[in-house]
Design a protein around this ligand. Structure first.
Ligand SMILES: NC(=O)c1ccc[n+]([C@@H]2O[C@H](COP(=O)([O-])OP(=O)(O)OC[C@H]3O[C@@H](n4cnc5c(N)ncnc54)[C@H](O)[C@@H]3O)[C@@H](O)[C@H]2O)c1
Length: 312
């Protein structure tokens, strides 16, 4: 297959690109390197430096017959979206409108989208299902939900679309220099620097952590199909983990003492208190479920980070 990956220099996009290249696919990456480095684009992928929120960017793509687009380029921090909502909407929602229009012009039939658990906001019932109310509490969540709707509209004209609502993805390759996005990566980055870990929000908040390779399995599973029965799937572990427990697991994996200093700070606007996924739909319709235990995944992440020069 020939695949265009937007955001293919980022954490999830570069892992997806690497897996596709290993499976013999042709991969084109478009990324503006705003939160990634040129070196994280896997060798073998064609790279285009461009801003996906600008109409002219897609005109620069190599003229190939693309089988699918995986749209992962995004401003991926909820906190940043509250500080710069216009930038967030341009990157995260306008880009999807531009992409859908380009797909129509190019005759591309398939789009996979990196949606997020942020669309659920602070849900009333847990775990959240795809049918749960989607009431985002950040502009980031609003943009992700808007993109889902844009794709739903485009599917009426024959585009085959699937949105993967990923929960907290973690693992080797996560950008430890980006201290605005990714709970596990932010906390680990401070631990590796040997300084107190600032935690913005309560230690009793909870999240659903899903390992990167499990997430890539889900993307590949969906990509190898012409269409999916549903247009949106939760991709999580289905397990709630308190921030307090995540910190302890990270300390254990790093060989640091339990008394390591943690500074609780005020939660930024748009922060979600706690949620976790019901991934029954992905299990039944795709035969996908997360396999990696959090302690194992964190150990692999720490082992990788200790060898990663940008980690300290
Ligand atoms: N990491 C998670 O836990 C998680 C959870 C749910 C959804 N997502 C979504 O998955 C996608 C990938 O997330 P990630 O963790 O790899 O984040 P990331 O920040 O590592 O990757 C995003 C990539 O998009 C690029 N980018 C940003 N703005 C761009 C623009 N205007 N034009 C072109 N490229 C641009 C960045 O340089 C980066 O390489 C994002 O859409 C994110 O919102 C991530």
């Amino acid at each position: 297959m020939t695949i265009l990956i937007t955001g293919g220099a980022g954490f999830i996009g570069s892992c997806l690109a690497r897996r596709l290249l290993a499976e013999g696919d042709t991969v084109v990456v478009v990324d503006n390197l705003s939160t990634a480095r040129r070196e994280t684009v896997p060798e073998g992928a064609v790279f285009v430096d461009g801003d996906i929120g600008r109409p002219e960017t897609l005109g620069k793509m190599p003229a190939l017959r693309y089988d699918a687009v995986c749209h992962l380029a995004a401003q991926s921090s909820g906190a940043v979206s509250m500080e710069q909502p216009v930038y967030d909407v341009q990157t995260n929602a306008l880009s999807t409108i531009l992409l859908v229009r380009w797909c129509r012009e190019q005759g591309i039939r398939r789009v996979l989208y990196a949606s997020s658990m942020a669309v659920y906001g602070n849900p009333v019932g847990l775990p959240v299902r795809e049918s749960s109310d989607a009431v985002p509490v950040s502009y980031y969540g609003v943009s992700k939900l808007m993109s889902e709707h844009v794709l739903r509209l485009a599917s009426r004209d024959g585009l085959s679309t699937t949105a993967l609502r990923m929960f907290n993805v973690y693992g080797p390759g996560q950008n430890l220099a980006n201290l605005r996005q990714g709970m596990a990566s932010i906390y680990l980055a401070y631990m590796l620097k040997g300084v107190p870990v600032p935690v913005t929000g309560s230690l009793e908040r909870f999240r659903d952590f899903v390992y990167i390779e499990d997430v890539i399995d889900a993307w590949i599973n969906v990509l190898r199909r012409d269409a999916t029965s549903s247009d949106v799937y939760n991709i999580g572990s289905g397990m709630p983990v308190r921030v307090r427990d995540l910190l302890q697991l990270l300390l254990d994996a790093s060989g640091l003492p339990s008394g390591y200093p943690v500074e609780e700070k005020v939660a930024p606007p748009g922060d979600q208190f706690g949620l976790f996924s019901d991934c029954g739909r992905a299990d039944i319709e795709l035969g996908w479920r997360a396999k990696t235990a959090l302690a194992d995944g964190l150990r692999r992440m720490v082992a990788w980070a200790l060898k990663e020069p940008t980690a300290r």
